[in-house]
Design a protein around this ligand. Structure first.
Ligand code: NI
Length: 139
């Protein structure tokens, strides 16, 4: 950790009590570390929502591989975006269901578009996009 700056915050007692309970449950060593994490989280969220900043997305989808043409469609889509998809993980959950996790790198808008197309493909049972930072520019 580099140079630190101390600053004062005015806050209602109840809000602070609730915050202390929360960070205690989450296992934070102190308020400062919890507040730093909250700030980082907001910065990452803002960056992801801006759409034009470089982000990392993890897209998780669950589907039945026996649905006609579904596996082919999903593979075709992924090949369309091969330049953005860094890695994929495929798990055969049972006889019918598959789980795929894709790690995608690109501008926020692009990552969302890829996720929307995959998750929106007919036959995909569930899908979720989680966006985060590349880690650059974040202390
Ligand atoms: Ni499978």
């Amino acid at each position: 950790m580099g140079q630190l700056i101390r600053f004062g915050v005015s806050i209602e007692p109840k809000l602070l009590t609730d915050f202390d309970k929360l960070i205690n449950k989450k296992g934070y060593a102190n308020r400062s570390e919890a507040i730093r994490d909250l700030i980082r989280s907001e910065l990452v969220d803002f960056k992801c929502k801006s759409g034009s900043e470089e982000t990392i997305g993890t897209i998780t989808i669950v589907y039945n591989h026996e649905v006609r043409d579904l596996s082919d469609k999903l593979t075709h889509l992924q090949h369309n975006y091969h330049g953005f998809i860094i890695s994929t993980l495929h798990v055969h959950l049972d006889e019918h269901n598959c789980l795929e996790v894709l790690v995608v790198k690109g501008k926020g808008d692009k990552v969302k578009k890829i996720a929307d197309e995959l998750i929106g493909t007919k036959g995909v049972k569930h899908g979720k996009l989680t966006m985060t930072t590349t880690g650059r520019d974040l202390t």
